[in-house]
Design a protein around this ligand. Structure first.
Ligand code: INI
Length: 160
């Protein structure tokens, strides 16, 4: 049999993205979501994005894990706002969310982007959700798009 010199077929399906957004501190997380949606729209990817709401940041890793393992998504964007209160609750919610997201992304190899604000005050969170110091949701969507290309390069699926 003659040796084939052709390259393996490149993936032709469009990558899909999932945004997982926490409802807790919804006034802020809605702004993060709007920022992420703007970036996907500007990149012409709006039709390839699904969005799921969860009660709070503590629930984010569960949904991100299921989505990453499903094989349906090229990247998952997580959005939330954990604002320090008077109890150690903040540390548990923020810490477990970050740890969970990192575990999922390393375990599955699917980029799971940490677009979760962890701030001392509501003002700091507002400033990072579009008021003064950018929008963490926009940054997270950018990261998802960039990581999707990076992972495609690694797997040889990059559209060159
Ligand atoms: N969830 C958040 O997303 N942000 C917070 O600041 C927060 N605080 O401060 O409590 C928060 N708590 C809820 C948590 O994420 C879970 O939804 C809840 O504990 C149920 O498991």
């Amino acid at each position: 049999m003659p040796k084939s010199t052709s390259k393996p077929a490149k993936k032709t399906t469009q990558p899909r993205y999932l945004i997982v957004v926490a409802r807790f501190n919804e006034m802020i997380t809605r702004c993060l979501l709007a920022g992420a949606e703007d970036i996907f729209r500007e990149a012409g990817l709006k039709a390839q994005v699904d969005t799921l709401w969860v009660p709070g940041c503590f629930e984010i890793p569960t949904v991100a894990a299921q989505a990453a393992r499903s094989g349906r998504y090229a990247a998952v964007v997580t959005l939330g706002a954990v604002i320090k209160g008077e109890t150690p609750h903040f540390d548990f919610v923020a810490g477990e969310c970050a740890r969970g997201v990192m575990d999922v992304t390393v375990e599955t190899g699917v980029p799971v982007i940490f677009g979760v604000l962890t701030t001392n005050t509501v003002e700091q969170a507002l400033n990072r959700s579009g008021i003064k110091y950018g929008n963490k949701g926009r940054d997270a969507a950018h990261a998802a798009i960039e990581m999707t290309s990076t992972m495609a390069c690694l797997s040889g699926d990059a559209q060159t």
